[in-house]
Each structure stands twice: as C-alpha cells, then as structure tokens.
Design a protein around this ligand. Structure first.
Ligand code: GLU
Length: 474
C-alpha cells in the first residue's frame, strides 16, 4: 500500500456520464479507497463550445447515484487557464518552449508535404532555434514545447506495461495557442501536477497523449505520476461499444432498474478479476482491487450478465435496504411514479412484507415495479391475458367456494390461516390445490405469476382480498 495516493476522474462535460466513463471513475475510486487515498474530480471544460453546464450536472448526478464520491470541490479546468498560460510562459523563459509564428498557410503546406510522403502531419520546427527578435511585428505567436528529437519516450504503464514511443514521431506540439488559450494536452499536465495527482487512471485512448504529456513534465522538472491506461469497453460481439451494446449514460441504467452496487460490481469485473469471485459487495471490491491486476485486453459488455448479477444482488440485499433504494428509484422507473404516488405508510409496510416473494421473481427494479403493481392496483383490477385464461371455465365456481372459505376464517388473517382454509376447501371439493390457487392468484393480482398466493392474501389483508375475489365472481 502506497502513502497518500491521489487519483482523479477528469470527464469532459460534453454529454452524459457514459458507461465507459463510469468504469474509469470506478477504478480511480476503488484504487483511492483501497489505498486509503483520495479521488479528486476535475471537469475538463476547456473546450467552451462543446462543454455545457447541463452535462456537468448530469455527470455529477451519475457519479452520486453510483456512490462514487470525490474529495473536495470539483475543479474547473477552464478557470485555471491563467495558470496554464503562466506555466507555458515559464517554459519559454526556461528555454524549453518557444514562440512560433508559422502562418496557417505555412502549416497547411507542412501538412501537405507530409501527406505527399505518406507521413503523419508534423511541425518542422522552423521557429525552434530562431531568435525572438525575428518575430514578425505585432504577431501573436503560439507557444510550442521543444520535444526531444531522438531516442524514445517510455511510458511505464501499470496496465499496458512498458510502452515505447520513438521521439522522432513527437513533434514540437502547441501548448498555448496564439489566442492565449492552453491546449488540452498542456492543461491536463499542469492540473495533474498542481492537484498533486500521484496516479493517473484513464482510458487507453489517452496512451499516446501520455508520451507527449511526459515531455511537459520533464521540461518543468516535475515528477511523472504513475500511469494506468485501461482498455476500452467493447460490445458483446467484440465491436466498439455502440448504443445498442450499452454505450448509454448511467441514468439509462438507473431507468432500466439496475442497482448501483450491481452495476459497479459488473463494471469492476470488466477487465479486472479476483480469482473466481463474480458477486462482490462494495467492501469486497475495495478490499481486493488493485490497478496492476487490470487486464490489457478489451473488455466486453454483456447485458445478460449484468441482468443476472443484478438479480443476485437484489436477492442478497436486506429487504429494508432494497426497499429504500426501490423507493428512491421509483421516479425514474417505468410505472414507478404511479406507485410512488400511492405509497403511504400502509403501502410501504405492504411492500416490505411482499418483498421477499417479489424479489425472488425479479432481476431488476423495473421487474419489481411490475411484480408489486398488484399491491397498488385499484379495483376492479385490470386482468392480463394469461390471468383471464385462468379465470375461465369452472374457475369461477371454484372461486365462489374459495371466497366463502376465506370469508369464514376465524380470528387473525394470516398466510397460514388462509392456507389452511384453502387446503380444506380444495380437499372437500376434490380440487387439486393448483386449481384453486391459480384463479385465486389471477383474481388477487390480475396476473398469472406473483409471490406465493397465501403471502399475497396476507399482504393484501382480509377486506381487500375478499373484495378482489368477489369482483371476479359477480
Ligand atoms: N477529459 C478526458 C476524457 O474525458 C480525460 C483526460 C484524462 O483523463 O487525462 O476523455
């Protein structure tokens, strides 16, 4: 365990917190928690045209829903532009960077000639060694860093291993534009240094940036943080993650009824493992996670696995806790607001009592809404097609008898008392238990599946149960 680990999550607020970003945040968070360190949050809003406040709010909301807490206030990269400028100017004073006055036409010509030779576009260093006195009068130059011309830059990555970049491929890139605004490449380095970041954990689409960023660290004489570039998430078919595969904002996962803990468990296991453990609590993940154990191969996102894992987490969770999450999530779930509107204290108690039976049959909170709907349905109940089939034929006659048997229950209305009454009625009339239980369930819930019918009777209570059954007789 290392001392004083400081990680950071650095999203660009150009859209929702998507699932890949959530996983990056999770790995930073887990590593910080595992080492007793901190995770900071930096909003990379330097690109003023693409950054929006709504996106920042959505990212904070997504992180909060997942429980991925950050330390201190979020840092705005844009607000730090004066500091980025000062460091760029400092590098010029140190002789590590220089003003470049190449015109757009000259730069285009350089690109053209590189293209003609089949080379990547590259700045040719024409202002690198010129005397500042040669600067065109009144022109505002851009600041370029002096990149090393030969040898190689080696990124010692904890996930990717030792990655070598020939320096001849790194040109003197711009760190401060002629309008005085920092480039993204430069802002990230200055911010990571000033924020005291010890460990950079981010998507492997930033790996080549790491080599360029090292040039800036070295020029300033700053320590290079530990680097971990984690593989991107792919679809179940191996292709780049698209919407169809699950490349959605995390709020879409909330609306699909996944528990934060289950989603985090699933995301953690995408590219990282701990023996054969598949089902992990947050505490397990924190105890077991190490960034060095992340695989470098692309991880595949699979909805079916996420759903199955969610079901396991729901069944494992204690009922009071699950109920609280369920109630908090209702506004986001299809059919949820209707339940939320009727959820008084009696309703909550009924829901809690029904939960053990309901969660056996649900893999998501959306399925739980569906399963719990009967509790809050108004009489006469809407009867679905399968339930209607159970109420045809001689079922009505049987229900009549069952109604009478239930009505005659002396004393307390409990699942056991209801079961005894129904069994006795079935036996006396020569009916199989199922022939009584099935239409009873249909009448009580409007559906063909539900928790055990005696539990349903107990949860609904005497009056409501008898009324629902009576509705199907007359
Ligand atoms: N803002 C970058 C992104 O959202 C992350 C940059 C970094 O982590 O260094 O991809």
């Amino acid at each position: 365990m290392s001392d004083n680990v400081v990680t950071r999550f650095a999203p660009s607020p150009t859209g929702f917190l998507h699932i890949g970003g959530a996983r990056t945040a999770l790995f930073n968070w887990l590593y910080a928690k595992h080492t007793g360190g901190k995770m900071l949050l930096r909003i990379e809003d330097t690109d003023r045209e693409r950054s929006t406040d709504a996106a920042t709010a959505a990212i904070l909301d997504g992180l909060s829903w997942l429980g991925l807490t950050w330390d201190g206030e979020p840092v705005s990269q844009f607000e730090r532009a004066p500091r980025h400028r000062a460091v760029a100017e400092e590098l010029v004073r140190l002789g590590k960077a220089y003003y470049c006055y190449a015109t757009p036409a000259e730069l285009e010509a350089m690109r053209e000639s590189a293209r003609a030779k089949g080379l990547p576009p590259r700045y040719d260093g024409r202002w690198r060694d010129r005397d500042p006195s040669e600067a065109p009068v009144g022109a505002k130059g851009a600041i370029r860093i002096k990149a090393p011309a030969d040898g190689e830059t080696v990124v010692n990555d904890r996930v990717q291993g030792e990655v070598r970049f020939p320096n001849k491929d790194l040109d003197d890139f711009i760190i401060l534009r002629s309008d005085g605004n920092p480039t993204y490449m430069h802002a990230v380095v200055v911010d990571d240094h000033d924020m005291g970041i010890t460990h950079i954990i981010r998507g492997d689409d930033h790996l080549t940036n790491a080599a360029r960023q090292m040039v800036i660290y070295r020029a300033m004489g700053w320590d290079v943080p530990s680097m971990s570039h984690i593989p991107l998430i792919h679809g179940a078919d191996g292709a780049k993650l698209s919407k169809r595969h699950g490349a959605l904002g995390v709020e879409a996962y909330r609306a699909m009824g996944y528990l934060p803990e289950a989603l985090l468990n699933y995301l953690a296991r995408l590219g990282w493992s701990h023996g054969d453990d598949e089902v992990m609590s947050l505490a397990d993940m924190i105890a077991w996670f190490d960034i060095g154990d992340v695989n470098k191969g692309a991880a595949r996102f699979d909805f079916a696995k996420l759903e199955a894992l969610n079901g396991v987490h729901m069944r494992r969770m204690n009922d009071a806790e699950l109920l609280e999450i369920f109630i908090n999530t209702l506004p986001y779930l299809e059919g949820g607001p209707a339940i939320a509107a009727r959820l008084d204290d009696t309703g909550k108690a009924q829901l809690l009592a029904a939960l053990p039976g309901l969660k056996e049959r649900a893999k998501t909170l959306v399925e739980l809404v569906d399963g719990a709907a009967f509790l809050f349905a108004e009489r006469p109940l809407p009867i679905d097609e399968k339930a209607a089939a159970l109420l045809g034929g001689e079922a009505r006659e049987i229900l009549r008898g069952a109604h009478a048997a239930l009505k005659a229950i002396p004393g307390d209305w409990t699942a056991a008392a209801a079961e005894a009454a129904i069994r006795e009625f079935a036996l006396a009339g020569g009916h199989k238990l199922g022939a009584v239980a099935q239409p009873l369930r249909a009448a009580l819930t409007g559906k063909s599946t539900s928790p055990g019918v005696f539990d349903v009777l107990a949860v609904l209570g005497r009056e409501e149960s008898l009324a629902r059954v009576a509705d199907q007789i007359d």
